[in-house]
Design a protein around this ligand. Structure first.
Ligand code: NAP
Ligand code: GLV
Length: 321
């Protein structure tokens, strides 16, 4: 077997057929020099697959590929992949990083924070009740936003919020140095978080889901926020302890929650979030991977593998993101 042959690429995606076909086409167009295979191809050359491009692959889909040298995720978050015990332990795993996606995330966060600042969610529920009532108008500069996670997404969001005049604090792990963010105060570590929460009017969560961040947004977290604060979760549902969030909303401590991601997706029809007057539900659309740009990101990494160049956007498996 020729170790330098990187021509065979497996596309393994559990997506609706209406999504899978456009993805296959976009990948083929972006990287036509590679031979593209699917899991159900009868003549799939398992022994010479060099790279796998994956979107929610079936558990075990990446086992039995002895020449595999790159797993490229189409999603930014890779916690499900890391939880698959059949993911080959020594094969580099790259996640999706695409400026187009980061921009979409910045748009979603900007919309949510603006709506919270100006009471637009309240006015929407007043409309449903036929209620004409004006509330005090707050200025952007009066709102302090705490962005959890200052990676690709958090940085794009914090930058956008700063340009809109909000006061921005950002929180990261601080395990490695990162560029400063002009205009924002950047903090790291659990002690710093405890000091930030009492000052936050809005929290925007953009952390990866890891053992350290799972359930972080629970009772203690919400109790540490000032009365009337709001939470925007655009990262993963399992960051939030749902019963604690509902309790904090129900007792009026929290003003509103904008939730794009959930412990169980699709959100079950009988879940209290659907009809809660202080919750806005989105169906995991804060930043969709856009095949039109992401296929080129994939192609660049496949070419780096072929040419022996450094692979981009590698996940640190020890850290979990
Ligand atoms: P990223 O570039 O890896 O950034 C992660 C950030 O979180 C980094 O700043 C990191 O700190 C920080 N962090 C990690 N663990 C931490 C901890 N224990 N305490 C404090 N900070 C911690 O990730 P990304 O590309 O920005 O994406 C973030 C997440 O957004 C993804 O994992 C995914 O779950 C979610 N997402 C959601 C959607 C959607 O549509 N809803 C779309 C894309 C992504 P350091 O800077 O110190 O490393
Ligand atoms: C979406 O949630 C992603 O992780 O890309």
């Amino acid at each position: 077997m020729n170790r330098s042959d990187t021509s065979n690429v497996l596309f393994s995606a559990r997506l609706a057929a209406t999504e899978r076909e456009p993805w296959r086409q976009a990948l083929r167009e972006a990287a036509p020099e590679f031979k593209w295979w699917c899991v159900d191809d009868a003549d799939l050359p398992r022994l010479s697959i060099a790279a796998a491009v994956v979107a929610n692959p079936a558990p075990g889909a990446l086992a039995g590929l002895p020449q595999l040298r790159l797993v490229q995720s189409l999603w930014a978050g890779v916690e499900k992949l890391l939880a698959d015990s059949t993911l080959p332990p020594d094969v580099p795993l790259a996640r999706m990083v695409d400026p187009v996606m980061s921009r979409a995330m910045a748009e979603t966060a900007a919309w949510a924070v603006l709506a919270l600042q100006r009471g637009f969610f309240t006015y929407a529920s007043q409309q449903r009740a036929g209620e004409w009532r004006q509330h005090a108008q707050r200025r952007a500069g009066e709102i302090r936003v705490l962005v959890l996670g200052l990676g690709e997404m958090g940085r794009a969001v914090a930058t956008r919020l700063l340009t809109q005049g909000y006061r921005v604090d950002a929180w990261r792990s601080g395990v490695a140095p990162a560029p400063a963010l002009s205009g924002a105060a950047v903090y790291a570590g659990a002690d710093a978080l405890a000091g930030l929460l009492p000052a936050a009017d809005v929290v925007v969560n953009l952390l990866p889901l890891t053992p350290a961040t799972r359930g972080l947004l629970g009772a203690d977290f919400f109790a540490a926020l000032p009365a009337g604060a709001s939470v925007v979760n655009l990262a993963r549902g399992a960051h939030v302890v749902d019963v604690d969030l509902l309790a904090a909303l129900d007792r009026g401590h929290l003003q509103h929650a904008v939730l794009d991601v959930f412990n169980l997706e699709p959100l079950p029809a009988d879940h209290p979030y659907w009809r809660h007057p202080r919750v806005t539900v989105l169906p995991h659309v804060a930043a969709l991977t856009d095949a039109r740009s992401a296929a080129a990101v994939v192609a660049a990494n496949l070419r780096a593998l072929r040419d022996g160049l450094p692979l981009a956007h590698l996940v640190d498996r020890r850290r979990g993101y």
